[in-house]
Design a protein around this ligand. Structure first.
Ligand SMILES: NC(=O)c1ccc[n+]([C@@H]2O[C@H](COP(=O)([O-])OP(=O)(O)OC[C@H]3O[C@@H](n4cnc5c(N)ncnc54)[C@H](O)[C@@H]3O)[C@@H](O)[C@H]2O)c1
Length: 359
C-alpha cells in the first residue's frame, strides 16, 4: 500500500493499493455513527467486500451524471438525518466521481459539515475527484455550478476495484491521468508512454504506480492552494473545453475524462496558435497517448454527438474560471509547465475549434 499525505488545513491521507476495501470499516472506528452513500452498480459489485461497513445504513443513487442534482442531494441529506448521523458521525462516499461529489456536498451541508471518507472505485475518482475536497452538483446552466469545498478525512483507493470498470469508464479516467502527467513533467509522460500497454491491460502494479503519481501531483497542488486562488487552477487543464463539450452534448453523453482528453488536444492547439507552446513535440505525444488508449482526439471523433464550435465557445464563456466576461484558460507550455488565467479572445478560440484537427 502507498500513502500520500494531503497537507490542507486539516491534513489527511490517501491510501492506494489493492485489497483495501476489506479494512475500510477501520476508518469509522470511534465515530458516533456512520452511513454509506453509493450507487446501485457499485453496491451490487462491492457491498459484499466491505466487511462490517455493509451493516451500516446504505443509500444507493442511480448510477450516472443525472444523479449530480439538487434532487439527489436533498435525498442524501434526508438519508443522513434518517440514519441519525450527528456532528461526530462519518459519511462514506463509496463509488465514482458522481457519488463522491454528491456525497461530499451532502456531508458538507449536513449539520453545517460532518466528516466524510472517500472510497473511490473508478480510475477517474482515484486519480482525481476523491482528492482535494471539491464537491458539487450540476445546474441546468452548467456542470458543477453549485458546490462547496469540503476536504475528506481519509481517501481509500482500492485499485483492485478498477478491474470491473468497462473500457469506456477506464478510458474516462485515463483522460485525467494524461492531464496529470502533462502537469507533472517529462518523467510522468515518459512513464505513461513506456507502460501504456500494461496500464491498458490493468496490470495491478502499473495501476498502483499511476494512481500514486496522479495523487502525489494533485496533493502537492491542493496543499499549496486548497481553494483554487492560484496554482490549483492548473488542474483545470483541458476542462473548460471539456465542460463545454459535456454541456453541449448533454450531460452523460460524453464521459468526463473522454471530454478532458479532447480538451487537452484543444488546449495544446490553442497554446500553439497563440504562440505559448515551448515544446512543439507535446501535441504529438499527447495525441499518441490518447490513440494508445483508443480515445478520441478531436471533436469530430466523439461518437454520437455533433458539436457546433460557436455554441461551444458560448458554453465556455459560462465557465466558473472566467472573470469579468473574459475567457480564461489553462494552457500547456511544456511537460511539467502550464500557465493559468490566460485570456484568449473568442475569434482565435473559434479558429482553433474550426481547424481541421479539431473539427
Ligand atoms: N470533485 C472533483 O474534484 C472532480 C474532479 C473530476 C471529476 N469530477 C466529477 O466526477 C464525475 C465523473 O466521475 P466518474 O467518471 O467516476 O463517473 P461515475 O461516478 O458516474 O461512475 C461511472 C460509472 O462507473 C460505475 N462504476 C463505479 N465504480 C465501478 C467499478 N469499480 N466497476 C464497475 N463500474 C463502476 C458507476 O456505477 C457508473 O455507472 C463527473 O461528475 C465529474 O464532474 C469531480
Amino acid at each position: 500500500m502507498k500513502t500520500v499525505r494531503v497537507a490542507t488545513a486539516v491534513a489527511y491521507d490517501v491510501r492506494i493499493g489493492p485489497g483495501l476495501l476489506a479494512g475500510a470499516h477501520e476508518a469509522v472506528r470511534g465515530r458516533s455513527a456512520c452511513a454509506v452513500v453509493s450507487d446501485k452498480k457499485v453496491t451490487r459489485l462491492y457491498k459484499s467486500s466491505v466487511g462490517t461497513l455493509a451493516d451500516s445504513p446504505w443509500f444507493e443513487l442511480e448510477p450516472g451524471e443525472d444523479s449530480k442534482s439538487f434532487a439527489t442531494l436533498e435525498r442524501v441529506l434526508d438519508f443522513q438525518s434518517r440514519s441519525r448521523l450527528d456532528r461526530r458521525s462519518t459519511l462514506i462516499a463509496f463509488g465514482g466521481g458522481v457519488v463522491g461529489d454528491v456525497g461530499g456536498m451532502a456531508a458538507a451541508l449536513y449539520m453545517r459539515g460532518i466528516q466524510y471518507v472517500q472510497v473511490p472505485t473508478t480510475l477517474l475518482a482515484q486519480v482525481d475527484s476523491s482528492v482535494g475536497g471539491k464537491t458539487a452538483v450540476n445546474l441546468a446552466a452548467g456542470k458543477n455550478l453549485a458546490g462547496v469545498f469540503h476536504q475528506p478525512s481519509l481517501v481509500i483507493a482500492d485499485t483492485s476495484t478498477l478491474a470491473t470498470l468497462s473500457d469506456d469508464e477506464f478510458r474516462s479516467g485515463l483522460g485525467e491521468v494524461i492531464k496529470t502527467a502533462l502537469l507533472t513533467g517529462a518523467d510522468a509522460l515518459a512513464l505513461l508512454e513506456r507502460d501504456a500497454s500494461r496500464i491498458w491491460s490493468r496490470d495491478p502494479s502499473a495501476l498502483e504506480t499511476v494512481v500514486e503519481m496522479c495523487v502525489r501531483t494533485k496533493a502537492a497542488i491542493v496543499s499549496r492552494d486548497p481553494h483554487e486562488k492560484g496554482p490549483r487552477k492548473l488542474l483545470n487543464l483541458g476542462h473548460t473545453f471539456a465542460h463545454a463539450i459535456e454541456h453541449e452534448a448533454g450531460y452523460g453523453k460524453v464521459p468526463h475524462g473522454v471530454a478532458v482528453g479532447v480538451g487537452l488536444c484543444l488546449a495544446l492547439a490553442t497554446s500553439q496558435r497563440t504562440q505559448r507552446l515551448a515544446d512543439p513535440e507535446l501535441p504529438a505525444r499527447v495525441d499518441a497517448l490518447l490513440a494508445a488508449f483508443g480515445m478520441p482526439r478531436s471533436l469530430a471523433a466523439l461518437t454520437g454527438v455533433k458539436l457546433d464550435p460557436a455554441r461551444l465557445v458560448s458554453a465556455m464563456s459560462l465557465d466558473k474560471k472566467n472573470a469579468a466576461g473574459k475567457l480564461r484558460l489553462v494552457l500547456p507550455v511544456s511537460a511539467g509547465d502550464a500557465i493559468f488565467d490566460v485570456e484568449v479572445d473568442e475569434p482565435s478560440l473559434l479558429a482553433t475549434l474550426r481547424a481541421p484537427h479539431s473539427a
